[in-house]
Design a binder for this molecule. Structure first.
Ligand code: GRF
Length: 226
């Protein structure tokens, strides 16, 4: 029997920019009955930037949107508490950071621990922080990639659920590499969200578990070179 709308896991997505990962997840939710579909409901897309392109994309997909402009708050604490209140109004089971360009306070990350996912464009724990593509090139790496991880207090440091590996070619620059990584983001983020919504992906202590089995430090690895 099909779960009624009220019983579906409720997802809130936070964005700051183009929102292509939000769209990838929303498309998987729309395709809920297909093999890769996600049986869940996106109850809100929240941006901290009024100009975020992703807001228009969410509205075009008939998703509820909210704006909370961080520049109107005196401190990070005040902003994060207001953000929690806005998210709580939507009663989410899962909060998804999809290009949300704000460092979150420990109050926020603790509040949502175990139900807060992020996507970061590197093979974490390598290259936490910004400019990951250029840093991988500068280091002479021959592979790079992207990670979906649970968010903990430390920036870009929570346990990985899934990673995708991409090759680095001699002719690459940061832009080419970013495009290659972005394609993989749109594959692995919906997978991680689907696992979570099916109750298969959980966090216990400092570990991510899939089907109750602790995942390796990398999480599940997909290798786009295969
Ligand atoms: C992605 O590169 C993601 O890895 C990073 O922010 C970017 C968001 O892109 N965290 P988009 O807004 O989903 O297109």
């Amino acid at each position: 029997m099909q779960a009624s709308e009220a019983e579906k896991p409720r997802i809130v997505i936070l964005i700051s920019g183009t929102g292509s990962n939000m769209v990838a997840i929303a498309e998987a939710v729309k395709a809920e009955n297909s093999d890769n579909g996600i049986d869940a409901e996106i109850v809100g897309v929240i941006s901290n930037r009024p100009t975020a392109e992703g807001l228009n994309k969410a509205q075009a997909m008939d998703l509820h949107t909210d704006l909370i402009d961080h520049t109107l708050y005196a401190s990070r604490d005040e902003f994060d508490h207001a953000l929690i209140r806005m998210i709580e109004d939507l009663k989410p089971d899962l909060v998804v950071l999809a290009g949300f360009m704000r460092i979150l306070t420990a109050d926020f990350t603790r509040y949502y621990e175990g139900r807060l996912l992020n996507i970061h464009p590197s093979l974490l724990p390598k290259y936490q922080g910004l400019n990951t593509h250029q840093r991988a090139l500068d280091a002479g790496d021959d592979i790079h990639g992207v990670s979906v991880h649970f968010v903990t207090e430390e920036l870009d440091d929570g346990p990985n659920a899934i990673q995708a590996i991409v090759p680095i070619f001699d002719v690459d620059n940061a832009q080419l590499l970013q495009q290659r990584v972005h394609e993989q983001e749109h594959i692995i983020y919906p997978i991680a969200v689907k696992w979570f919504c099916e109750g298969r992906l959980t966090m216990k202590g400092s570990k991510a578990l899939l089907d109750n089995k602790p995942l390796p430090t990398s999480g599940v690895q997909l290798d786009s070179r295969d």
